[in-house]
Design a binder for this molecule. Structure first.
Ligand SMILES: [Zn+2]
Ligand SMILES: [Zn+2]
Length: 365
């Protein structure tokens, strides 16, 4: 009997998730097969299920950031660190693949996330092309996929607890250039926002204000390093006064928007101090527009406004290092206290969609 693997498939937008059986793939030279340990359900998977991302080749096997053990490989494989990869090794891999390093975006603009060849596991590969997503018992590592080891001292649950949110957060925090002692407001503390709070704290920020409408998230943000919280249940004017009260009326040095609400962008421009920095990273998909007053909110304030979409290999690589060195100080492991079996992927997705879970873990093995 040929070996088969089960995977949770998203057949099309707004169609229920179903389990399908896939044959064990033949490995091309330079390829490997992982036996999945963990994958995750995040907001992007909810967007995928609602059909809000362009160019998705449904049916897909979702799950972009995952951890697995190398079950089989063909040829000699090494990590970008130069370490040999062996069967049995516990690894994670950059979900973004096939950026070409030949086009204008890759070579000149240094924006590989705009590369036309770019593919992403769990998002832009079809299930018809094989086991190319993490909600599966096995994941096919195409030749050239960049795998890195999960070090022995790093619990895979800690890394996957941060997962894609940690990687995106690192990119946003890099762009914010937080200096020691600066004040930071994080608007929206879902999985990305929680990691932004943690990384701001690790960056030596002083006051760290978390803003969200969900009390559990605000409570968790305090565990991640927030020094104060502001609930969206308070009207906007009062929220502004609360932030001003924390900063002698000046506004915060840095605002990082991670909520995906258009209004949060306008609110962030009110909260940031004159000459401060603001990074918008919550609008991974089109969530609509908002009215901005360029004179009062940008020009006159000398605001440095930056956008952040996705991440690069360096963010992924450094995220593993951060989880290894600061995974005890910052409770990423607590982000995903409940794990769901592959057959319960639909339940996990619904919980994240209903915002009853910040994110959910798929535990395969
Ligand atoms: Zn390219
Ligand atoms: Zn994600």
């Amino acid at each position: 009997m040929p070996k088969t693997y089960l995977a949770a498939v998203m057949p099309a937008p707004n169609v229920p998730i179903e389990l399908r059986e896939f044959p064990e793939p033949e490995l091309e030279q330079g390829a490997a097969l992982l036996h999945t340990m963990y994958s995750e359900v995040c907001g992007t998977d909810v967007h995928l299920h609602h059909g809000k991302l362009a160019g998705v080749p449904y049916p897909i096997i979702p799950g972009h950031v995952s951890v697995g053990a190398v079950a089989k490989m063909r040829g000699k494989l090494t990590t970008p660190d130069g370490d040999p990869i062996k069967e049995g090794d516990v690894v994670t891999f950059l979900d973004v693949h096939e950026t070409c390093n030949h086009c204008y975006h890759c070579l000149v603009a240094n924006q590989p996330n705009r590369c036309p060849s770019r593919k992403v596991y769990g998002i832009t590969y079809s299930a018809n092309d094989g086991l190319l997503g993490g909600w599966s018992q096995a994941i096919y590592m195409k030749p050239g996929v960049k795998m890195i080891h999960i070090p022995k001292e790093l619990a895979p649950e800690t890394f996957i607890g941060g997962g894609c949110g940690l990687v995106t957060a690192l990119h946003a925090v890099d762009l914010a250039h937080i200096r020691l002692g600066e004040s930071v407001a994080v608007l929206g503390v879902g999985p990305v926002g929680q990691s932004i709070v943690a990384l701001s704290s690790l960056s030596g920020a002083g006051e760290i204000v978390a803003v969200d409408g969900v009390q559990d998230r605000l409570d968790f943000a305090k565990r991640m390093g927030a020094t104060s919280t502001v609930t969206l249940k308070t009207p906007r004017k009062e929220r502004l006064s609360q932030v001003h009260a924390l900063t002698r009326g000046r506004g915060v040095d840095v605002v990082i928007e991670a909520s995906g609400h258009p209004d949060a962008v306008s609110e962030g421009l009110d909260i940031v101090r004159d000459g401060g920095r603001m990074v918008v990273c919550g609008h991974y998909t089109d969530n609509g527009s908002v009215e901005i007053h360029p004179h009062w909110q940008i020009n006159r304030k000398h605001v440095d406004l930056r956008g952040c979409w996705g991440s690069r290999f360096e963010h992924f690589h450094r995220s593993v290092a951060i989880a290894t060195h600061s995974g005890t100080a910052k409770p990423w492991i607590g982000m995903t206290s409940d794990a769901y079996a592959l057959k319960d992927a639909a339940i996990a997705l619904q919980l994240v969609a209903d915002r009853r879970k910040t994110k959910a873990l798929i535990k395969v093995a």
